[in-house]
Design a protein around this ligand. Structure first.
Ligand code: NDP
Length: 475
């Protein structure tokens, strides 16, 4: 049907006087239709190796005190084999399966059954039913935003348990970390496979599906745009936000409790990692309505990349700093701790202000003030797959006039701060900044390719007005 529609539009005269090339354009601005060799090889490598990367880091902490070189040296010198390392790793346990099932079940319950009340109580907080961005097929989905409430309830219960109820140990996450990883993998693969099959058999919205003809790419990058069960269970919103991001702060708290249990005190580095990452997580939930307009929700399709990534990659690799600090309880000098805090808060300020400026600008349709002035912008137009023409604006003032993705720059500064909080003893905690740099640079290129297809020559006018992506005069 989509191909027929594209053919139909190819043969129709252009309604707005644009060339036929531009009339064909709309169907192309979502995810790629065709897969080049580089993307295909990257996809296959990621599918094969990403689970082992996660295993490697967690195993390195468990068996080698977080040294990433020691297991490799042991392997090369013959002191260990892949099989002996594998055999030493804790295996799946039914206790972990029960913990994980209760965790995910509880998050589903909170997501589905507790409508948001916070938007009535907290001034400035946007919750309840909100609109998403227009999809390539021209739809606007509705979402129930209740992430902040779910985060608060979950953490309140965690604190109540730790202080009064004593249903489980606050170190429960650390104590079951590797067995839980097997459970997270099972869910990650199950949900990605389910989404893949669902796209063929009963897609939520067929017009927003994208089949590239390559099965690996389809499985990894997803076919359905907004898979849902019923009216409200949205896979992307649920799996992106919970269980992974709600878990992030709980995992860190569990590491903090483990430090206390092992050494009788909590180091300032652990407090810094907990505080800086909690700010980031709370920011995410406070701004969950804004999140509906980010690339994850409004551009990416739901496949293994999001499904497995949210279940396994995010909770296991975004929390490596806290895990490292359990094995290496680093106590920072006041100067070092102060520098880390400053870098983290400055990064957060840039990240939040940049995102806020775009959100404010788009919500008010340009009728707002940015850095005390009326914003400047570039008018642009695009078409959705239903052939309808739409108008949009690209902001060129505030941080959006400094670089085209200054929000990523702030994010990277914050990420570096988490790593630097762990001192300079090992490279393992620095994996996060390396990964985030690759992720955000790749995302930048990916997003710009999409925006250029969507806005055509208007996008070129924008890149001429704001020539750098992340760092002015550098990149
Ligand atoms: P953005 O919030 O920058 O959104 C990019 C989109 O914004 C573009 O596709 C375009 O969409 C629109 N846009 C681009 N330029 C302009 C402009 N000048 N004026 C107005 N709109 C513009 O990117 P992300 O969604 O990737 O990131 C959101 C935040 O999440 C970032 O701060 C990022 O650092 C963070 N993030 C964190 C991750 C993590 O794992 N910790 C992972 C990914 C992101 P349109 O089609 O609407 O024009």
């Amino acid at each position: 049907a989509v191909a027929m529609e594209a053919t139909r539009r190819r043969t129709q005269p252009s309604a707005n006087g644009k060339s036929q090339e531009q009339v064909q354009e709309p169907a192309q601005w979502g995810r790629a239709w065709e897969v080049d060799w580089f993307s295909l090889i990257s996809v296959i490598l990621l599918l094969c190796f990403a689970p082992f990367i996660v295993f490697f880091f967690v195993m390195a902490c468990d068996q080698y005190q977080c040294s990433v070189t020691a297991p490799l040296l042991d392997l090369f010198s013959g002191k260990a084999t892949l099989l002996s390392i594998w055999a030493r790793a804790p295996s799946f346990t039914w206790t972990a399966a029960r913990i994980y099932a209760v965790w995910v079940g509880f998050q589903v319950f909170l997501y589905m059954c507790i409508p948001d009340v916070l938007h009535k109580l907290l001034p400035g907080y946007v919750g309840g039913v909100q609109d998403g961005a227009r999809t390539p097929a021209g739809l606007i989905n509705k979402y129930e935003i209740n992430g902040l409430q779910c985060w608060l309830i979950t953490h309140l219960l965690w604190v109540l348990n730790a202080r009064y109820l004593d249903w489980f140990s606050p170190t429960i996450v650390f104590d079951n970390w590797i067995p839980l990883m097997w459970c997270a993998n099972i869910l990650g693969y199950a949900v990605s496979t389910f989404a893949f099959v669902k796209a063929y058999l009963f897609p939520t919205n067929g017009e927003d599906c994208k089949f590239t003809g390559n099965v690996f790419y389809n499985y990894m990058m997803g076919i359905e745009f907004n898979p849902r069960i019923g009216k409200w269970f949205d896979f992307k919103l649920f799996f992106n936000g919970r269980p992974g991001i709600v878990a992030w702060t709980l995992i860190n708290l569990s590491y903090m409790a483990k430090q206390q249990q092992l050494y009788g005190h909590v180091t300032n580095s652990m407090v810094l990692v907990n505080v800086l990452q909690a700010v980031y997580v709370l920011d995410f939930f406070w701004n969950e309505a804004w999140y509906l307009k980010t690339i994850d929700i409004c551009h990416d399709h739901f496949g293994w990349y999001l499904g497995w990534g949210d279940c396994v990659w995010l909770p296991y690799l975004y929390t490596l700093q806290g895990l490292y600090l359990v094995y290496h309880p680093v106590q920072l000098s006041a100067l070092h701790a102060g520098a880390v805090l400053l870098l983290g808060l400055l990064g957060y300020y840039i990240f939040r202000s940049t995102n806020h400026q775009k959100d404010l600008f788009r919500r008010s349709d340009g009728s707002c003030s940015i850095w005390g002035r009326k914003p400047t912008f570039i008018e642009c137009s695009y078409r959705s797959a239903d052939g309808a023409s739409h108008r949009s604006k690209l902001l060129t003032s505030g941080f959006w006039g400094v670089a085209r993705h200054f929000n990523y720059t702030g994010d990277l500064m914050g990420s570096l701060a988490y790593c630097a909080a762990c001192g300079f003893g090992h490279i393992l905690p620095y994996f996060y900044i390396v990964y985030m740099t690759i992720l955000l640079v790749h995302r930048c290129v990916r997003d710009e390719h999409r925006c250029s297809s969507k806005y055509g020559s208007d996008w070129t006018r924008y890149t001429n007005a704001v020539p750098y992506r992340l760092i002015p005069a550098v990149f």
